[in-house]
Design a protein around this ligand. Structure first.
Ligand code: AMP
Ligand code: ZN
Length: 142
């Protein structure tokens, strides 16, 4: 896709700092370096978000996640943990609409990454939870 910044990176039209590359995927440093070592893994095929993955693409991309995760962890003894984040849709903080997975190394609990969600468990009965689950289950596809 001509006007996609990650397609341009994949094609070598704009520079990136590459960590890994094969026929299916490329991993490169996120320019923001939210924390040192912040890396993106992208499929070479242009897909907008997780909703466009088929089984083959999922295998091609997600099978690389542990490889990249382990390499990042091993790269610096100061890394204590790792957040793996995949944003889908503007409301979910996606800003580049070529699917990608963030690897954000964590150094301390007050470094430059945070992820929070409220605990709303007191607002749901078991029946509410079952209804939500049934609705999702009804939409599972093979
Ligand atoms: P998201 O907000 O989940 O869509 O993440 C997009 C990410 O792409 C951001 O963290 C940006 O810092 C990163 N990004 C944008 N342009 C570039 C670029 N040219 N090279 C590397 N990372 C980039
Ligand atoms: Zn693209």
């Amino acid at each position: 896709m001509a006007d996609c910044i990650f397609c341009q990176i994949i094609n070598g039209d704009i520079p990136s700092v590459t960590i890994y590359e094969d026929d299916q995927v490329k991993a490169f440093l996120d320019i923001s370096q939210g924390t040192p070592g912040h890396t993106l893994l992208v499929p070479k095929k242009h897909v907008r978000d997780i909703f466009e993955y088929d089984d083959q693409l999922a295998q091609d991309v997600f099978r690389h996640v542990p490889l990249i995760a382990r390499a990042i962890k091993a790269s610096n003894p100061a890394i204590q943990g790792l957040n793996i984040v995949n944003n889908n849709g503007e409301v979910a903080y996606q800003s580049v609409f070529h699917s990608h997975i963030h690897f954000v190394p964590r150094y301390t609990d007050h470094d430059d990454f945070a992820m929070t969600f409220k605990d709303n468990s007191d607002k749901y009965t078991n029946a509410d939870l079952q209804q939500i689950a049934d609705n999702i289950k009804a939409h599972l596809e093979d």
